[in-house]
Write a protein that binds this ligand. Sequence first.
Ligand code: CU
Length: 112
Amino acid sequence: MKNIIIIIFTSLILVLVGCSKGEAKQANIALTTMQCGMCESTIEKGMAKVNGITKFDVDMSAKSGHVTYNASIIDLASIEKAVSALGYQANKTLADPVAYEALPGCCKVGGM
Ligand SMILES: [Cu+2]
């Protein structure tokens, strides 16, 4: 009887740990085309609206983003697309040309 309780308990814990691990994922995204603090806030504000993204921190000096997301709602490719839709390159996903054109001059590559 004691053994059965231990087995049930152990499997319950394993299931709980397994679930939380499967959902919350983290990744670094290279944001090579960002130029200034305005880019940072554009990306952070834009990403905050995307369903499935829990957190998106932009590191200006490193030109990269650290994202925490729910893998059962969104995948990395969709996150890259969402960044692209804001006018920025994400990893190897190129910026959406229309969104890029709409960016302020200071936010364009080599812009001023
Ligand atoms: Cu900018």
